[in-house]
Write a protein that binds this ligand. Structure first.
Ligand code: C2E
Ligand code: MG
Ligand code: MG
Length: 630
């Protein structure tokens, strides 16, 4: 028996009803089609959901659904599911010709990109005639539904080609609605997984592979090369002065520039090469299957060539240059890590020579030089990667009250841990990096002070160490003035700690600079006093506010031996007094030292005895404590 072409199920019940003229039993038939269908669908639904949960490909889920629909509509000669961003999945009777199936597929596909209606499903009923050679099958009666649960999202199109002409009843609509929900769940899950996979392997800005995918491809290339005895090259590309563009024109311009650059670079590598963005302004490239190393230099010069034309970003005409370093397997390393490290070192060598240059890794660079190079190349990027932090060390007055702080820089190296300034400040000075680093320190202190101010804490002066090289820059004074003005803070909250080496310059110029700084309202301290060669007469002419007794003298105060330290400290204090300077003693570790320095007449005291340099958050607790005790 047919009901709109669907299969029907019956249960036979036999009941005894005693002797009757017609026999001994009554047989009755019950239509259980609905129950059967509900069970079958429930089973299939669970199977589909399980496939989704097991993260099976969309195609497998779609095939399962097609089978389920065929199962329900026994007269359906053709069932197809077309999903957006995916293929079409169909099942059909054997007697349909290829051409006919193609026509039906095309009919299904045309709806895939049609805009959905407001919500739910919508169903069209169309007769699609079979080609003549297929007689006696005259036509299939097609229900085509565009499936979507949410307005604006169309998970797919379902076509049911039935041999029997039938209009969908409310059961059919409910069924299609359920299919719709299953598909939506499957498609959404698929898109989520797709997105996650993309995020894990691609750089969101440029769409290039990220470091993870790069390393994966590099390892694959190395495995192949081991078998084929080819070479593999790893190139590190670092843009010169990109930070300047970011800082002056803003990150937006910087980002657009990186995208344009990525497109240009992509244009000059082969499909088998992997160009990746390592982060910031760094790109990497793997060239598998290299025969001659000259091929590597050719690629490098093609990349440089790409930079000859300016970039147009938001109306700015920008020029870029890049330093490129390369290492080659197996000559410069057998594994991915070594090759990358050596390409990095080579890139750094390129940076120190000329801008826009290219260098191969040089295995003759000795270990020490190598370590230094690695430290250098990392230090260059430490600022951009936010690896620098300031610690704050308390200064207390004669009564033990917190009166000030000294900001001391630390480099949080991702592999080597915390690096103290004595290990990288001299290097930063040599590389000229001390200029941007020093600027950052002052900006960071003013940001930190403002943050504390906003939290309602009473502010104390913070001293910032200034390197002689930084001080000598013509941009130094305007930079200080601008930073302090834009902070909106009282300039007296800033103290600059200069070393004696700063003072060995043209006296007239120096005096002008120091007076200007004083005129801005800043305090000026002479750090590590006693270790240099400042003449007293010289010192007298400088508009300083503070003298810091060097910690080497303080350290020796404990010794009972006649080392002269006590005398020196007394002399420094006397000198300071006569010049009307505030006296700060640093490096105080013991009560004995403290006692002596108190008696000698120092004003402020700094050292582990009162507190080590602390991260900002921990220093903040000291400020809070001080505020609540007053
Ligand atoms: P400094 O300006 O004389 O700083 C005092 C140094 O003494 C700090 O070392 C501090 O941690 C250490 N110190 C403090 N109390 C004690 C103590 O009780 N005992 C001993 N043994 N040491 C103590 P740190 O932080 O390693 O800094 C070393 C030097 O690096 C500084 O000497 C300063 O010249 C330079 N420096 C630090 N931060 C910066 C910065 O932001 N810019 C520049 N240009 N130089 C910096
Ligand atoms: Mg200092
Ligand atoms: Mg010092």
């Amino acid at each position: 028996m047919e009901h709109s072409g669907n299969r029907q199920w019956f249960a036979m019940h036999v009941s005894h009803c005693g002797d009757t003229p017609w026999g001994r039993a009554v047989v009755s038939l019950e239509c259980i089609t609905e129950r059967k269908r509900a069970e079958a669908f429930d089973l299939a639904r669970r199977r589909v959901l399980e496939l989704v949960a097991r993260q099976q490909p969309l195609g497998i889920v779609a095939t399962e659904l097609v089978a389920l629909i065929r199962e329900r509509y026994g007269d359906a000669a053709y069932v197809a599911l077309a999903l957006q961003h995916s293929d079409l999945y169909h099942a059909h009777d054997a007697d349909l010709t290829i051409e006919y199936v193609a026509t039906l597929d095309a009919f299904t596909r045309t709806a895939v990109h049609a805009p959905p209606y407001a919500s739910g499903i919508n169903l069209e009923i169309t007769t699609i005639n079979a080609p003549e050679e297929m007689a006696p099958l005259p036509a299939l009666y097609c229900w085509r539904s565009r499936l979507h649960l949410n307005p604006g999202s169309l998970p797919g199109v379902l076509t049911l080609g039935r041999r029997v002409m039938a209009y969908p009843d409310s059961d059919d609509l409910r069924f299609i609605e359920l299919v719709n929900q299953l598909i939506t769940i499957a498609v959404e899950q698929h898109e989520r997984l797709h997105q996650l996979a993309f995020q894990a392997h691609y750089d969101p800005l440029t769409g290039l592979p990220n470091r993870v995918l790069f390393e994966d491809r590099l390892r694959q290339a190395l495995e192949v090369a081991q078998r084929t005895r080819h070479k593999v090259a790893v190139l590190f590309i670092d843009l010169d002065r990109f930070k300047q563009i970011n800082d002056t024109l803003g990150h937006n311009v910087g980002d657009l520039l990186l995208v344009q650059l990525a497109r240009r670079f992509e244009g000059c590598v082969r499909a088998s090469d992997t160009l990746a963005r390592r982060g910031g302004d760094e790109f990497m490239l793997v060239l598998p299957e290299i025969v001659e190393t000259s091929q590597v230099s050719q690629v490098a010069s093609r990349l440089h060539e790409m930079l000859r034309m300016p970039f147009l970003v938001n109306g700015h005409e920008l020029f870029l240059s890049a330093s490129i370093g390369a290492s080659v397997f197996p000559d410069d390393g057998e594994d991915a890590d070594t090759l990358q490290r050596n390409a990095d070192v080579a890139m750094y060598r390129a940076k120190t020579t000329l801008r826009n240059s290219f260098q191969f890794f040089d295995p003759n660079t000795n270990r020490m030089a190598l370590e230094r190079l690695q430290l250098e190349s990392r230090l260059r990027r430490a600022l951009e990667r936010d690896e620098l932090v300031l610690f704050y060390q308390p200064k207390v007055d004669r009564t033990g009250r917190l009166r000030g702080a000294e900001a001391l820089i630390r480099w949080q190296h991702p592999k080597l841990g915390t690096i103290l300034p004595s290990h990288f400040i001299p290097l930063a000075e040599e590389l000229g990096l001390i200029v941007p680093i020093g600027e950052w320190c002052l900006r960071e202190v003013s940001r930190q002070l403002r943050e504390w101010q906003q939290k309602g804490l009473t502010l104390i002066p913070v001293a910032v160490n200034i390197s002689a090289i930084q001080f000598a820059q013509p941009s130094f004074l305007p930079m200080v003035a601008a930073t302090i003005a834009s902070s909106g803070l009282d300039p007296a909250l800033f103290e600059l700690e200069l070393t004696e080496s700063t003072l060995f310059s043209d006296l007239e110029l120096l005096l002008r600079q120091l007076h200007e700084l004083r005129a801005l309202g800043l305090a000026l301290a002479l750090d590590d006093f006693g270790t240099g060669y400042s003449s007293l007469a010289y010192l007298q002419r400088l508009p300083l506010t503070t003298l810091k007794v060097d910690r080497t003298f303080v350290a020796r105060l404990d010794a009972t031996a006649h080392n002269g330290s006590r005398g020196i400290v007394h002399a420094i204090v006397t000198l300071g007094r006569s010049l009307n300077l505030q006296l700060v003693a640093e490096g105080i570790e013991t009560e004995l030292q403290h006692r002596f320095l108190l008696d000698a007449g120092c004003d402020l005291f700094q050292g582990f005895l009162f507190g080590p340099p602390l991260p900002a958050a921990r220093f903040e607790s000291l400020l809070l404590q001080r505020d609540s005790s007053e």
